[in-house]
Design a protein around this ligand. Structure first.
Ligand code: ADP
Length: 268
């Protein structure tokens, strides 16, 4: 009897263990299924956002070209030129969007490659300011640079660093009011170096961090109409700076302006 009892208890324990293991595996499978489903939803949402983003400028280009094709504006060159300008603006936006999408895809698949070199950050900032000068002029914005006299050597990918700086500078221009000034500072802080881009423009409301750094997101949905942009720039800038051992951050006051800062290590 003792033997049978022992046998029954042993069998029950084994059965309970197997049953528990089965339940655990079932939980894991359910978790895995939820993960796959969530990834699938993110992907299909991404595809629908991307198609929408691509379709908007394309529709505008098609519309403009269609109008010109009818010859309706042959006798009004000023109007025809205006329509061509719209088509051109949208094709520029389309190629910026495609470049940003390709960058995003490279980042997300871990295939973004960097060509690191020892570079003088002050010269890089000066080059970016020079490249942005005519864009700033069309918005009536002036840049003022504050930088150390000596070279500030950083390990960086020249093109990617320009991409980040161009993004910060063009945002500072776009979100300033005509006639305002944008100050750019290169600041050494311990073993870190900061580049601050300070504007005195429209500013950013509190709790907007997700919109500022999110994919395709803009703080004000009318920003896109009035300022263009893809809403991907800062999301990509964050990834680029992380690859440099640094970060992008900002402080802002609504109506008073924003300061965007990149910081990363520098070499003594
Ligand atoms: P884009 O400029 O292409 O829209 P970004 O990722 O560079 O995309 O910026 C995301 C959003 O963050 C902008 O659309 C804008 O709403 C906000 N933003 C960025 N820089 C500034 C700034 N200097 N002042 C005010 N808002 C800004």
């Amino acid at each position: 009897v003792v033997f049978v009892l022992f046998f029954v208890v042993e069998c029950s324990i084994i059965f309970l263990r197997l049953y528990r293991r089965g339940l655990d595996q079932l939980d894991e499978l359910r978790l895995e299924r939820d993960r796959v489903q969530a990834a699938y939803e993110v992907k299909s949402q991404f595809v629908s956002v991307v198609s929408h983003e691509l379709r908007t400028p394309l529709t505008s280009i098609n519309g403009a070209l269609g109008l010109l094709r009818t010859g309706a504006y042959d006798s009004d060159p000023a109007k025809a030129r205006n329509i061509l300008e719209i088509a051109h603006k949208n094709s520029v936006r389309l190629s910026a969007l495609i470049n940003d999408l390709l960058d995003l895809q490279k980042i997300e698949s871990g295939q973004m490659s960097y060509d690191f070199d020892e570079l003088d950050l002050v010269s890089i900032v000066e080059e970016s300011l020079a490249a942005m000068e005519s864009f700033a002029q069309t918005y009536g914005i002036t840049f003022v640079l504050f930088a150390p006299e000596e070279m500030v050597i950083v390990q960086a990918d020249r093109d990617r660093l320009h991409q980040v700086l161009d993004n910060l500078l063009s945002n500072a221009i776009k979100f300033s009011r005509r006639g305002e000034q944008v100050e750019v500072r290169v600041v050494l802080r311990g073993q870190r170096v900061l580049v601050e881009v300070q504007d005195h423009g429209i500013g950013i409301p509190p709790n907007s961090r997700e919109k500022v750094f999110g994919k395709f997101s803009q703080v004000d949905s009318s920003d896109r109409r009035s300022h263009g942009g893809t809403g991907l720039g800062l999301c990509i800038a964050q990834e680029i700076m992380a690859a440099h051992g640094g970060a992008v951050d900002y402080t802002s006051k609504l109506g008073e302006g924003s300061t965007f800062v990149i910081d990363f290590p520098f070499k003594d």
